[in-house]
Design a protein around this ligand. Sequence first.
Ligand code: GLY
Length: 375
Amino acid sequence: MIAPITVALGDRSYDIHVGPGLLAVAGTLMLPLLPSRRVFVVTDETLEGLHLEALKESLDAAGIENHGVVLPAGEQTKSFAHLESLLDAMLEARCERSTTVVAFGGGVIGDLTGFAASVLLRGVPFVQIPTTLLSQVDSSVGGKTAVNTRQGKNLVGSFYQPRLVLADVDVLATLPPRELKAGYAEVVKYGLIDEPAFFDWLEINAAALLAGNRSASVRAVETCCRAKARIVGGDERESGQRGLLNLGHTFAHALEAEGGYGELLLHGEAVSIGLRLAFDLSVELGLCPPADRDRLLRHLSALTMPVDLPPLPDRSWDADRLVAHFGKDKKVKDGRVTFVLAHGIGQAFLSPDVPAEAVKSVLAAAILRVRGTSL
Ligand code: GLY
């Protein structure tokens, strides 16, 4: 069992546990942190059929009274409508300020539940039990909560830290392979930001991780959570370095907005393409050696991660339309988008003054590549 990782945020500090077999001891690990022996578990229909019973058994065994709600699986659940019905369900279940809300699921459940916990009775305690690779290495740590609106993803939300994060790598075994692979984009991101040795390790071990190897999973999730804890501990509200975690995401959010948040592109798949485009842009600006971009491209391609835009079913991609989405990014300041660029693998930095022509040229080249494949 590895030592817990602490996110150091003063009196809002908390631990992240990473390992196999954590669901079975979830009740025991949570108990010392609960203001009362009462929790409200939010999960989705997929988890209900797979792992909810194991979590409930663990809570029962620890003497923790548990109620909860099962929501539909999928990005559509991260909406105002579901937030309202979730809050209704919590109030109907007579949640009190001492009731701890548990998010048991992937990023959608974690973000929605965290937001609900932050506003229910002006804030109730909250625990994250992430069940996807993406949520274990990124979204469950750091307290970003949100719902999507018609203007874009994650535009309404709060910073609200959990009291505990339990990342049980055993649950990754039941993830659909496409979803596991999509989550890998958030894993490789940490190597690209500032951990080149982790990128070296991933070049050798990522295939085992994606094949479900348990020790590779523990090592990867642990490394990512340590990196995220360090970054969040230094910049909780993203006034600086936390922005590095958005590597690839400005492109990804635009691709998702154009692609329609559905089956065409999962979030992690959009991030995978976005990572490539961020390195393309860094090369285009003469800031990154092409060899580093090519190394990333080789790595992602060897894992059959997406690196090119998928053809849209009903129209062509359009660089201007993609650029228009950048303006809706949360990170826009005085109308300017801050991009995360890289001087090389493991050398990411924030750049608030990227020339629009360079961005357009990278997008135009990406669109030409799709046309090439769909002719
Ligand atoms: N997912 C990026 C962050 O938590 O800041």
